[in-house]
Structures are given as C-alpha cells and as structure tokens.
Design a binder for this molecule. Structure first.
Ligand code: ASP
Length: 317
C-alpha cells in the first residue's frame, strides 16, 4: 500500500458542537487523530500518518501559515517514503490556500485538499467521505496535471494539487466556493490557466493587500485608507470591472499604488482593454480573493504595474 501523510489544519471537518446539529459549532477543535478514527475504511486504502499542522478556523489563515504549509508539503513530498499528501482545511478560505499552493508548490506527488460543510458531531457529517476521497485521490494520481493551454515544458506543469470534495476531484487552482451552505460547495471555474511558480521559501509573510468592494455610492476615501495599510489593492468592481467617477479620481490621486480590478460578479472576466483607469491591472477571470493571492505573490517580485499585468495574463488569461 502507498503511504499518505494527512496534514490537519482545522476547519469544520475538525469542528464540533451540539450532537446532531449541522450549524452553531466551533471549527478546528477535534484532533487529527480523532478525525482519522472517524473514517473506518481509510487504513484499507493507504498507510496513513497524520500531523497536526495547526487547528484553526480557516478564516484565521495567514500568509505565514501558507508559506509554512508549502515548505512542509515540499519536505514531505521529497521523502521517498511518502506517496502523497492530504491537507484538511476549512472551506471558507480553501480556494485561497489551494490557489496559493498551486502557484508555489514544486512537487511531483499528489497534494489533495479537502474539508467539510458539516462538523464531526453532525448527524450525518460529510467530512469522513471527503477525507476518504482525498486519500483515494492521493494514492491514485501519480503524475502532475497538465494545465489547459500549456505546452509540455516543465514550467507549464502544475504540481498535482487537487481539491477532493463531495464526490468530485478538482484542479485546486480553478476551484471556487460556490455555495455557502450546500454539501456540494465547490466547483471548478474556468478562472485561470497556467500556474507560474513563485518561490516563497525564504519569505516569512506576503505583502499585505486590501480588497475593496464597490457598490453604488461607495465611499472612495476607503481607497486612501487601503493605500496606507497595504502594498496593493484589489477592487471588486461592478460588471466588467467598473466603478464610479469618484473612485476613478481617487485611484489616480493615490501615487504608487498597484490596483488590480476584478469583479463582484461570479462569472466573466475583466480584461485590460476595458479598464477605465490608466495604470490599473486587469484580474481577468480571477475573483477578488484569488486576485489578492496572486497580487500578494506578484508583489514579492515586482512593483511595476505592467509586469504585474503580465503575471496576471500568464496565470489567468
Ligand atoms: N469556518 C469554517 C472554516 O473555514 C468553515 C468550514 O470549514 O466549512 O474553517
């Protein structure tokens, strides 16, 4: 049998509350060992070892944890005794962690994220089935995914990062949480393509980026504040990345701020040709939260908006 390491990070899959209830629980409380014991058939699929990486609600995840997680996964994947790695994770920010790992990991073994929508104490928890699917995926996928639209050069091969959830195995770079409550909470969305590799091993944290949501009459002074507390801004614009004249003027008035324009709409793209504010960067199909991950990574390499636009084009166009 193959050897799989499960890195447990918390989330609802490790959540507990009133027995039988689906809501009103606390995320990230049960241990990795208890989680493992809840899946009886697991030991027939692989030799499984667990590590408690952290035990948090994924809304509390930080770039420091992302970097440490990537470093730990790469170390495990380099071990000839390890055939695959599973990461249990809260669903709220799973798409951000999954995207970060897709953009940073250089591994030739499957890495599979999973989680659950119901806590371990629910009458019918979904965590055990999701974890079983994740381990099965980790032992069955042996080669790296070839990303759509790529040639076969090494830089075009993603690490084999997947999300296994609700009977589906998905490309981790492309997932979005598409439902706040359903068990089938994730879908592969065509929001990105190639995954250039960022080397984050020597970094402690990523540059801070703020995400601002535009709605009718939204106050433009928040752009000024965001510029003070962060190194870049992502705007969830209306439609194909638009916002009011007052926001356009404010962006022009704030010097040296990298501003990525995404959209608050769940489907579709923001492309450079449509941008109304010069010097801003189009996110293409990346939703605001994933655009923020990419901007944070891009800012570790350059502050030049044209170069950042090229990075977004390489990843998401
Ligand atoms: N708040 C939880 C978390 O992301 C939600 C979940 O796991 O479903 O950790």
């Amino acid at each position: 049998m193959k050897n799989v390491v499960i890195l447990a990070t918390g989330g609802t899959i490790a959540g507990a509350g009133e027995p039988g209830k689906n809501i009103g629980y606390k995320s990230g409380v049960i241990s990795a060992e208890t989680l493992l014991a809840s899946v009886p058939g697991l030991r027939d699929v692989a030799n499984v070892r667990v590590e408690q990486f952290c035990n948090i609600n994924s809304d509390d995840v930080t770039s420091e944890l992302w970097i440490q997680l990537a470093v730990r996964i790469e170390k495990l994947a380099a071990d000839p005794q390890v055939d695959g790695v599973v990461v249990t994770h809260g669903t709220d920010t799973m798409e951000e962690t999954a995207f970060f790992l897709s953009l940073t990991l250089k591994v030739a073994k499957p890495v599979v994220l999973t989680g659950s929508m119901r806590p371990s104490t629910a009458a019918e928890p979904d965590g055990p089935a999701n974890l079983l699917l994740a381990v099965k995926t980790a032992v069955s996928k042996t080669t790296a995914l070839n990303v759509d639209g790529c040639d076969t050069s090494e830089s075009c091969i993603t690490p084999a990062v997947y999300v296994a959830f609700a009977n589906k195995v998905m490309n981790a770079a492309k997932i979005q949480k598409i439902h706040a409550n359903d068990l089938d909470a994730f879908a592969e969305v065509d929001d990105c393509c190639v995954a250039p590799k960022f080397d984050v091993r020597s970094l402690g944290i990523l540059p801070k980026v703020s995400v601002l949501y535009f709605n009718a009459e939204a106050d433009e002074t928040q752009i000024e504040f965001a510029a003070k507390i962060s190194e870049g801004v992502v705007i969830a614009g209306a439609g194909a990345g638009e916002f009011s004249k007052s926001w356009i003027q404010k962006i022009k008035a704030v010097p040296n701020l990298n501003v990525v324009i995404s959209t608050r709409i769940n489907r579709g793209k923001v492309v450079p040709e449509q941008l109304l504010t010069s010097g801003t960067i189009a996110a293409y199909g990346l939703p605001p939260a994933k655009a923020a991950v990419l901007l944070r990574l891009a800012l570790t390499q350059t502050k030049d908006s044209a170069e950042i636009q090229k990075i977004f084009e390489d990843v998401a166009n």
